[in-house]
Design a protein around this ligand. Structure first.
Ligand SMILES: [Zn+2]
Length: 91
């Protein structure tokens, strides 16, 4: 049975991405969205869990909820940064 590792922080960022980017009012094209995700994930501590055939072996605990505020703050910062120097339109 294969054990895989998955960064839960990625899920939490994706869950909050659209609403935070909309609140910042910046561009939400694919290029900008992926830049915001990459920037955010580089500035947050990863939260890896072991999964077996895609099923989580560890349940989310309340500490994840607490970190949501940090995630939202990191996405906001990334959205502002990306909107200042957007990559879209550059070839
Ligand atoms: Zn864009």
């Amino acid at each position: 049975m294969a054990v895989e590792f998955r960064n839960l922080m990625e899920d939490i960022v994706m869950q909050n991405l659209d609403i935070v980017m909309a609140a910042e009012g910046g561009c939400t094209c694919d290029a900008c969205r992926s830049d915001v995700v990459a920037y955010t994930l580089n500035h947050l501590k990863p939260h890896y869990v072991a999964t077996r055939q895609g099923r989580l072996m560890v349940k989310l605990k309340s500490c994840e909820l607490q970190s949501r505020a940090d995630v939202v703050a990191a996405i906001s910062e990334a959205a502002v940064m990306v909107s200042k120097t957007p990559r879209h339109g550059r070839s």
